[in-house]
Design a protein around this ligand. Structure first.
Ligand code: PLP
Length: 401
């Protein structure tokens, strides 16, 4: 190339790499537990019936394809904020939330971090849980925000290290930013319990830290959208001015539609208006205005009582299938006579399970048994079905005994 010969190759995406190797594998029993997307009991992508219905309604309306507002349609952003914070939330009643449409969860995180990078005048350090979703540090890097980490996963118990997290955060400098997974922590599947969230809220308040919630799985953890918003709503009740990145990829199955939202709570209406105007400045220079198709679907569902009810049932059915696969997987491994403890499979929630398998065991699952997963031992429970659960359990038993 005349201009680009010096460009080094970028690091390949781990998850997509797993998918490619899986697709090339001709073995009849192969299983892909690497994907971060819900699958039905036949291992197929799932279109929610409420989403299909919304699409039909939208089609019948014969809408045009003009540009939408830079920050998204107000009924859409209002509905997103209500879903996250609850109908009677104080900031929503006082209209002190700056909420904009974003390009799914990733776009919301990027927009939020970009906003921090331009306007934050306290300690510009993002504290990430250890471990966290692989894209978090990459996004921080992209906007040149330095990172620190706080303890989250306790290898001994395969649970949440609440004491470690509180101790680390109590040493964070005043004004540092703390990234929290609102529910269904990725990759561990381990969420703090209510009393543990209270402790996190307290230390974050005392140390004057800034809480940034990544809420990519609302409804997916327990099957109930209000339950899953517990942490966000508790922090708001405790007076934190939080930032929240929302995604409709998982809970509406709208992965490729790229629809989400970012909310910044601002405390007073004047600040809210100024923050809103600056969010629009950023959006204008990156993608000008958001796509309109996915957000129409979300808006239709969230603003129609009938569709909303149907959607809540759809979310619950996905969460319930994942929960029942966890039970089946655990009992099948135990029934095989495995000597280890497997309670963490059913204790953890959401799409992912941190199995506790080490890299050698993962390697065997892939090479010998054609079961694909990430090196950290994380499996997507959504990839397990009543047809393959026996095989997965048998192989997990073999590599751990
Ligand atoms: N945050 C976490 C923790 C995730 O696991 C994901 C998706 O895997 C996202 C955010 C963003 O996903 P999307 O950009 O598809 O909404």
């Amino acid at each position: 190339s005349m201009w680009w010969g010096h460009v080094p190759a970028g690091a390949p995406d781990v998850i997509l790499g797993i998918r490619d190797t899986y697709l090339k594998d001709p073995h009849p029993k192969k299983v892909n537990l690497g994907v971060g997307a819900y699958r039905d009991d036949d291992g197929k992508p799932f279109v929610l019936p409420s989403v299909r219905r919304a699409e039909e309604i939208i089609y019948e309306k014969c809408l045009n394809h003009e540009y939408g507002p830079i920050s998204g349609e107000p009924p859409f952003t209002e509905a997103c904020a209500k879903l996250a914070f609850g109908e009677k939330s104080k900031p929503l009643c006082e209209k002190t939330n700056a909420t904009v449409q974003a390009l799914s969860g990733t776009g919301a995180l990027r927009l939020g971090f970009e906003f921090i990078s331009r306007h934050y005048n306290k300690t510009r350090e993002i504290w990430l849980p250890k471990p966290t979703w692989f894209n978090h540090p990459q996004i921080c890097d992209a906007v040149c925000l330095p990172m620190k980490s706080y303890r989250y996963f306790a290898p001994k118990t395969l649970g949440f290290d609440v004491d470690g997290a509180v101790e680390d955060l109590s040493k964070a400098p005043e004004g540092a930013i703390v990234l929290l997974h609102a529910c269904a922590h990725n990759p561990t599947g381990i969420d703090p319990k209510k009393h543990e969230w209270e402790r996190l809220s307290k230390v974050i308040k005392e140390r004057k830290l800034f809480p940034f919630f990544d809420m990519a799985y609302q409804g997916f953890a327990t099957g109930d959208v209000d339950n899953d918003a517990l942490a966000v709503r508790m922090f708001v009740d405790h007076g934190h001015e939080v930032m929240v990145a929302q995604s409709f990829a998982k809970n509406m199955g709208l992965y490729g539609e790229r629809v989400g939202a970012l909310t910044i709570l601002c405390g007073d209406p004047e600040t809210t208006a100024r923050v809103m105007s600056q969010l629009k400045v950023i959006i204008r220079t990156i993608y000008s205005n958001p796509s309109i198709n996915g957000s129409r679907i979300v808006q239709e569902i969230l603003t129609s009582p009938e569709l909303m009810k149907q959607w809540l049932g759809d979310v619950k059915s996905m969460a319930d299938r994942v929960i029942s696969m966890r039970k089946m997987l655990r009992s099948a491994i135990e029934a095989a006579g495995n000597k280890r403890t497997w309670n963490h499979i059913t204790d953890q929630i959401g799409m992912f399970c941190y199995t506790g398998l080490n890299p050698e065991q993962v390697e065997r699952l892939i090479k010998e048994f054609h079961i694909y997963l990430t090196k950290d031992g994380r499996i997507s429970v959504a990839g397990i079905t009543t047809k393959n659960v026996g095989y997965v359990a048998e192989c997990m038993h073999k590599v751990t005994s």
